[in-house]
Design a protein around this ligand. Sequence first.
Ligand code: ADP
Length: 260
Amino acid sequence: METSVRPYYVPVGNEERVFLAAFRQGLPIMLKGPTGCGKTRFVEAMAHQAGRPLITVACHDDLSTADLVGRYLLQGGETRWVDGPLTRAVREGAICYLDEVVEARQDTTVVLHPLADHRRQLPIDRLGVTLDAAEGFCLVVSYNPGYQSVLKDLKDSTRQRMIAIELGYPPAEIEEKIIAVEAAADQRAAAQLVRIGRAVRQADAPGLREVASTRVLISAAKLIAEGLAPGDAARAAIAGPLTDDPLVAANLTAVIDAYL
Ligand code: ADP
Protein backbone atom coordinates (compact mmCIF):
# COMPACT_ATOMS: atom_id res chain seq x y z
CA MET A 1 0.00 0.00 0.00
CA GLU A 2 1.55 3.25 -1.08
CA THR A 3 -0.08 6.47 -0.08
CA SER A 4 1.19 9.98 -0.37
CA VAL A 5 0.86 10.56 3.37
CA ARG A 6 3.12 8.46 5.53
CA PRO A 7 1.01 6.24 7.80
CA TYR A 8 1.11 7.57 11.35
CA TYR A 9 3.71 5.69 13.34
CA VAL A 10 5.53 6.95 16.43
CA PRO A 11 8.87 5.19 16.90
CA VAL A 12 9.59 3.79 20.31
CA GLY A 13 13.30 2.97 19.86
CA ASN A 14 15.64 2.44 16.93
CA GLU A 15 13.20 0.16 15.06
CA GLU A 16 12.90 2.43 12.03
CA ARG A 17 16.66 2.57 11.53
CA VAL A 18 17.04 -1.17 11.92
CA PHE A 19 14.20 -1.87 9.49
CA LEU A 20 15.47 0.48 6.80
CA ALA A 21 19.05 -0.79 7.13
CA ALA A 22 17.86 -4.40 6.75
CA PHE A 23 15.63 -3.40 3.84
CA ARG A 24 18.49 -1.72 2.00
CA GLN A 25 20.67 -4.82 2.48
CA GLY A 26 17.92 -7.16 1.27
CA LEU A 27 17.74 -8.95 4.62
CA PRO A 28 14.48 -10.50 5.79
CA ILE A 29 12.92 -9.14 8.96
CA MET A 30 11.01 -10.70 11.82
CA LEU A 31 8.81 -8.53 13.98
CA LYS A 32 8.07 -9.88 17.41
CA GLY A 33 5.40 -8.46 19.64
CA PRO A 34 2.00 -8.93 21.18
CA THR A 35 -1.21 -8.40 19.24
CA GLY A 36 -2.24 -4.79 18.74
CA CYS A 37 1.12 -3.25 19.62
CA GLY A 38 1.67 -1.58 16.26
CA LYS A 39 3.48 -4.16 14.09
CA THR A 40 1.22 -3.72 11.08
CA ARG A 41 1.24 0.06 11.33
CA PHE A 42 5.03 -0.01 11.59
CA VAL A 43 5.38 -2.05 8.38
CA GLU A 44 2.96 0.27 6.60
CA ALA A 45 5.02 3.30 7.63
CA MET A 46 8.29 1.60 6.63
CA ALA A 47 6.93 0.50 3.23
CA HIS A 48 5.93 4.07 2.59
CA GLN A 49 9.31 5.38 3.67
CA ALA A 50 11.13 2.81 1.52
CA GLY A 51 8.87 3.72 -1.40
CA ARG A 52 7.79 0.12 -1.98
CA PRO A 53 4.32 -1.37 -2.32
CA LEU A 54 3.17 -3.49 0.63
CA ILE A 55 1.53 -6.87 0.16
CA THR A 56 0.11 -8.33 3.38
CA VAL A 57 -0.88 -11.93 4.01
CA ALA A 58 -2.72 -12.89 7.22
CA CYS A 59 -1.41 -16.38 7.96
CA HIS A 60 -3.56 -19.21 9.33
CA ASP A 61 -3.17 -22.96 9.67
CA ASP A 62 -5.04 -23.67 6.43
CA LEU A 63 -2.74 -21.48 4.38
CA SER A 64 -1.20 -23.56 1.59
CA THR A 65 1.88 -23.00 -0.51
CA ALA A 66 -0.46 -22.38 -3.46
CA ASP A 67 -2.17 -19.61 -1.48
CA LEU A 68 1.20 -17.89 -1.23
CA VAL A 69 2.77 -18.76 -4.57
CA GLY A 70 -0.17 -19.09 -6.95
CA ARG A 71 -2.27 -21.67 -8.75
CA TYR A 72 -3.91 -22.57 -12.01
CA LEU A 73 -7.50 -21.37 -12.08
CA LEU A 74 -10.24 -22.23 -14.50
CA GLN A 75 -11.42 -19.02 -16.08
CA GLY A 76 -13.93 -19.00 -18.95
CA GLY A 77 -13.10 -22.55 -19.97
CA GLU A 78 -9.35 -21.92 -19.86
CA THR A 79 -6.84 -22.71 -17.19
CA ARG A 80 -4.76 -19.71 -16.34
CA TRP A 81 -1.93 -19.30 -13.87
CA VAL A 82 -2.62 -16.68 -11.21
CA ASP A 83 0.24 -15.41 -9.06
CA GLY A 84 -0.21 -15.58 -5.30
CA PRO A 85 0.71 -12.61 -3.10
CA LEU A 86 4.26 -13.82 -2.44
CA THR A 87 4.99 -14.26 -6.15
CA ARG A 88 3.55 -10.84 -6.91
CA ALA A 89 5.79 -9.30 -4.26
CA VAL A 90 8.84 -11.12 -5.65
CA ARG A 91 8.10 -9.93 -9.19
CA GLU A 92 7.21 -6.34 -8.24
CA GLY A 93 9.89 -5.80 -5.65
CA ALA A 94 7.28 -5.24 -2.97
CA ILE A 95 7.48 -5.68 0.77
CA CYS A 96 5.70 -8.93 1.59
CA TYR A 97 4.34 -8.96 5.12
CA LEU A 98 3.34 -12.35 6.50
CA ASP A 99 1.33 -11.52 9.57
CA GLU A 100 1.31 -14.17 12.34
CA VAL A 101 3.60 -16.45 10.37
CA VAL A 102 3.74 -19.13 13.10
CA GLU A 103 0.09 -19.86 12.39
CA ALA A 104 1.15 -21.23 9.01
CA ARG A 105 2.21 -24.86 8.67
CA GLN A 106 5.89 -25.63 8.21
CA ASP A 107 5.27 -27.31 4.85
CA THR A 108 3.85 -23.99 3.70
CA THR A 109 6.73 -21.92 4.97
CA VAL A 110 9.53 -24.03 3.38
CA VAL A 111 9.01 -21.97 0.24
CA LEU A 112 10.33 -19.01 2.21
CA HIS A 113 13.77 -20.50 2.84
CA PRO A 114 15.48 -19.73 -0.49
CA LEU A 115 13.85 -16.30 -0.38
CA ALA A 116 15.11 -15.62 3.12
CA ASP A 117 18.77 -16.40 2.38
CA HIS A 118 21.31 -14.84 0.06
CA ARG A 119 19.70 -16.47 -2.98
CA ARG A 120 16.53 -14.37 -2.77
CA GLN A 121 14.82 -16.82 -5.06
CA LEU A 122 11.33 -18.23 -5.28
CA PRO A 123 11.01 -21.65 -6.89
CA ILE A 124 7.60 -22.20 -8.47
CA ASP A 125 7.32 -25.95 -9.00
CA ARG A 126 4.05 -25.84 -10.89
CA LEU A 127 5.56 -23.51 -13.50
CA GLY A 128 8.98 -25.14 -13.44
CA VAL A 129 10.67 -21.78 -12.90
CA THR A 130 12.70 -20.09 -10.22
CA LEU A 131 12.22 -16.36 -9.89
CA ASP A 132 14.91 -13.99 -8.69
CA ALA A 133 13.40 -11.45 -6.32
CA ALA A 134 13.24 -8.01 -7.89
CA GLU A 135 15.15 -5.16 -6.32
CA GLY A 136 13.14 -3.80 -3.42
CA PHE A 137 11.60 -7.13 -2.44
CA CYS A 138 11.67 -7.62 1.31
CA LEU A 139 10.24 -10.44 3.37
CA VAL A 140 8.78 -9.37 6.69
CA VAL A 141 7.15 -11.83 9.09
CA SER A 142 5.50 -11.13 12.40
CA TYR A 143 4.51 -13.25 15.33
CA ASN A 144 3.51 -13.04 18.93
CA PRO A 145 6.18 -14.83 20.98
CA GLY A 146 3.70 -14.94 23.87
CA TYR A 147 1.48 -17.74 22.69
CA GLN A 148 3.05 -20.03 20.21
CA SER A 149 3.56 -23.69 20.82
CA VAL A 150 7.07 -25.05 20.53
CA LEU A 151 5.87 -27.14 17.61
CA LYS A 152 4.82 -24.12 15.65
CA ASP A 153 8.02 -22.25 16.36
CA LEU A 154 9.97 -20.94 13.41
CA LYS A 155 12.77 -23.21 12.30
CA ASP A 156 16.18 -22.22 13.66
CA SER A 157 17.69 -22.12 10.19
CA THR A 158 15.01 -19.64 9.14
CA ARG A 159 15.37 -17.54 12.25
CA GLN A 160 19.11 -17.21 11.83
CA ARG A 161 18.67 -15.60 8.45
CA MET A 162 16.46 -12.87 9.76
CA ILE A 163 16.87 -9.51 11.43
CA ALA A 164 14.77 -9.34 14.57
CA ILE A 165 12.89 -6.27 15.72
CA GLU A 166 11.04 -6.46 19.00
CA LEU A 167 8.05 -4.25 19.50
CA GLY A 168 6.09 -3.95 22.71
CA TYR A 169 3.40 -1.66 24.01
CA PRO A 170 4.79 1.87 23.89
CA PRO A 171 5.83 3.75 27.04
CA ALA A 172 2.98 5.66 28.72
CA GLU A 173 3.62 9.10 27.27
CA ILE A 174 3.94 7.76 23.71
CA GLU A 175 0.87 5.56 24.06
CA GLU A 176 -1.12 8.55 25.32
CA LYS A 177 -0.11 10.54 22.29
CA ILE A 178 -1.00 7.68 19.92
CA ILE A 179 -4.44 7.26 21.51
CA ALA A 180 -5.12 10.98 21.41
CA VAL A 181 -4.20 11.15 17.71
CA GLU A 182 -5.81 7.90 16.54
CA ALA A 183 -9.09 8.41 18.38
CA ALA A 184 -9.11 12.21 18.20
CA ALA A 185 -9.54 11.98 21.96
CA ASP A 186 -8.61 14.59 24.54
CA GLN A 187 -5.37 14.16 26.43
CA ARG A 188 -7.09 13.54 29.76
CA ALA A 189 -9.14 10.63 28.48
CA ALA A 190 -6.08 9.22 26.73
CA ALA A 191 -4.02 9.43 29.92
CA GLN A 192 -6.76 7.74 31.92
CA LEU A 193 -7.03 4.89 29.42
CA VAL A 194 -3.28 4.38 29.43
CA ARG A 195 -3.35 4.07 33.23
CA ILE A 196 -6.17 1.50 32.93
CA GLY A 197 -4.30 -0.35 30.18
CA ARG A 198 -1.12 -0.56 32.22
CA ALA A 199 -3.03 -1.75 35.27
CA VAL A 200 -4.76 -4.48 33.25
CA ARG A 201 -1.41 -5.55 31.77
CA GLN A 202 0.09 -5.80 35.22
CA ALA A 203 -2.95 -7.52 36.72
CA ASP A 204 -1.82 -10.68 34.93
CA ALA A 205 -5.28 -12.19 35.40
CA PRO A 206 -5.15 -15.96 35.02
CA GLY A 207 -7.16 -17.19 32.05
CA LEU A 208 -6.38 -14.11 30.02
CA ARG A 209 -4.77 -14.93 26.70
CA GLU A 210 -4.25 -11.34 25.67
CA VAL A 211 -3.75 -8.17 27.63
CA ALA A 212 -5.08 -4.69 26.93
CA SER A 213 -3.38 -3.71 23.68
CA THR A 214 -2.87 -0.22 22.31
CA ARG A 215 -5.58 -1.15 19.81
CA VAL A 216 -8.26 -1.79 22.46
CA LEU A 217 -7.32 1.42 24.28
CA ILE A 218 -7.84 3.32 21.02
CA SER A 219 -11.25 1.67 20.63
CA ALA A 220 -12.20 2.72 24.16
CA ALA A 221 -11.09 6.29 23.41
CA LYS A 222 -13.24 6.29 20.27
CA LEU A 223 -16.29 5.32 22.34
CA ILE A 224 -15.52 8.12 24.80
CA ALA A 225 -15.22 10.54 21.87
CA GLU A 226 -18.77 9.44 20.95
CA GLY A 227 -19.99 10.54 24.38
CA LEU A 228 -19.87 7.26 26.33
CA ALA A 229 -18.84 7.43 29.98
CA PRO A 230 -15.23 6.26 30.45
CA GLY A 231 -16.34 3.27 32.55
CA ASP A 232 -18.83 2.04 29.95
CA ALA A 233 -16.29 2.57 27.18
CA ALA A 234 -13.55 0.69 29.05
CA ARG A 235 -15.83 -2.23 29.91
CA ALA A 236 -17.07 -2.53 26.32
CA ALA A 237 -13.73 -2.06 24.57
CA ILE A 238 -11.20 -3.46 27.05
CA ALA A 239 -12.78 -6.00 29.43
CA GLY A 240 -15.44 -7.47 27.11
CA PRO A 241 -13.25 -8.46 24.15
CA LEU A 242 -10.50 -9.89 26.38
CA THR A 243 -12.54 -12.57 28.12
CA ASP A 244 -15.80 -14.55 28.14
CA ASP A 245 -15.22 -15.80 31.67
CA PRO A 246 -17.53 -13.94 34.11
CA LEU A 247 -15.02 -14.20 36.95
CA VAL A 248 -12.12 -12.83 34.92
CA ALA A 249 -14.44 -10.12 33.56
CA ALA A 250 -15.39 -9.12 37.10
CA ASN A 251 -11.70 -8.86 38.03
CA LEU A 252 -10.98 -6.71 34.99
CA THR A 253 -13.95 -4.48 35.75
CA ALA A 254 -12.65 -4.01 39.28
CA VAL A 255 -9.23 -3.00 37.91
CA ILE A 256 -10.89 -0.57 35.49
CA ASP A 257 -13.16 0.92 38.16
CA ALA A 258 -10.18 1.56 40.42
CA TYR A 259 -8.76 3.95 37.81
CA LEU A 260 -11.91 5.87 36.95
P1 ADP B 1 -0.43 -5.40 15.39
O1 ADP B 1 -0.16 -5.49 13.93
O2 ADP B 1 0.78 -5.47 16.25
O3 ADP B 1 -1.51 -6.33 15.87
P2 ADP B 1 -1.43 -2.74 14.74
O4 ADP B 1 -0.31 -2.25 13.92
O5 ADP B 1 -2.69 -3.09 14.03
O6 ADP B 1 -1.00 -3.94 15.69
O7 ADP B 1 -1.69 -1.64 15.86
C1 ADP B 1 -2.96 -1.39 16.42
C2 ADP B 1 -3.23 0.07 16.39
O8 ADP B 1 -2.42 0.70 17.38
C3 ADP B 1 -2.86 0.73 15.08
O9 ADP B 1 -3.96 0.77 14.21
C4 ADP B 1 -2.46 2.12 15.50
O10 ADP B 1 -3.64 2.90 15.58
C5 ADP B 1 -1.97 1.97 16.91
N1 ADP B 1 -0.52 2.00 17.16
C6 ADP B 1 0.19 1.12 17.91
N2 ADP B 1 1.47 1.48 18.01
C7 ADP B 1 1.60 2.64 17.33
C8 ADP B 1 2.69 3.54 17.10
N3 ADP B 1 3.92 3.29 17.61
N4 ADP B 1 2.45 4.63 16.36
C9 ADP B 1 1.21 4.87 15.86
N5 ADP B 1 0.14 4.07 16.05
C10 ADP B 1 0.33 2.97 16.79
